[in-house]
Design a protein around this ligand. Sequence first.
Ligand code: URA
Ligand code: CA
Length: 433
Amino acid sequence: MRMVDLIKKKRDGGTLSEAEIKHIIAGYTSGEITDYQMSAFLMSVYFEDMTDEEITCLTMEMSQSGDVIDLSDIKGVKVDKHSTGGVGDTTTLVLAPLVASVGAAVAKMSGRGLGHTGGTIDKLEAIPGFQVEIPNDDFIRLVNESYVAVTGQSGDLAPADKKIYALRDVTATVDSIPLIASSIMSKKIASGADAIVLDVTTGDGAFMKNIEDAERLAHTMVRIGKLANRQTMAIISDMSQPLGNAIGNANEIKEAIDALKGDGPEDLMEMVYTLGSQMVVLAKKADTLEEARAMLEENVKNGKATDKFKEMIRNQGGDDSVVDHPEKLPQAKYVFEVPSKETGVVSKMVADQIGIAAMLLGAGRRTKEEPIDYAVGLYLNKKVGDAVKEGESLVTIYANREDVEDVKQVLYDNIEIGKEGVEPTLIHKVITE
Ligand code: URA
Ligand code: CA
């Protein structure tokens, strides 16, 4: 088989066989297929798309390209949750301890943030002492004993995806449904959970800018999950504006603590209960979504969710006193307000650009190697649909530098004040097949 013929076949709209896809993934992972040929192939997939069979085959080959984690030593159904990316998305930080508090096993592999999006692993590292890299044995033991552990992606999990993703990033081939679906699902399948709850985001802050594309991505991933014998479901959620109020690392930990105590922003709480109920049902800890939701709400009220978060922090070497004393989290030196220039209603907050404003402060990274500053970030005092008076603060900036004019400019450019603003629908759809 020659790679040039396979590129040509896809370029001309052909359908690749299982053997051909295997050849491409094995060849690229081992280095026999070059970056320039793979780039041409990815671009042909971008334009010509793939059939369901091709996407499934691509995903399976990528998931088996390195370590495949066996979680069968963990008792019961192991659930994982994955978001296709967002801004200020504090959901996982709340869900992991909350869902574990009702006895469902949460074995969570999370990533770091890149560009305008944040990552759960970075946020957890804002807690003094918290270890995100834990050996497999410890991970399994913690989930068995405490029902929850959160870890970073292990070294050799789906290396084909790691290589392909890096190439996509620099060849304008990230926003392709077959490539995103195979990238995400190959990692989820290799990391071993029995049940997967997907949050497919849509809007300015997401890869999928419209609901139709998000729906196709969701259906594709759910189908792949089922073919790989994993119970899989997806919700399609809005990411046109950031989720909740806090964007950053330490400040999102603080927001997660508030949410676990029942005091989180409304949109974040709704996401948490919607996704959490699905996770609890998939883990067979409740028969209906209503029953699951009631269990979660109860554990927020009685403090069990907060206790579970403390336990999770202790288990992974962190200082759990931050839960009752969030002032012990890294604090920024300077605080600035961004006053509204007019009176009206917030009509737009462009999620990805606001994520970039947080990144400029140091809360996120431009390149994979950049360090991040846990203390800095943004707090949105207003969200779309809120009334605002001239001079009232739209956003509070937490910074470790004295001059934040560049950040303010990005915020002013991307927050629109109009005569009216409609709060966007948060959850567009639930997809189970
Ligand atoms: N997240 C991933 O892991 N892969 C993609 O392709 C997009 C988002
Ligand atoms: Ca948030």
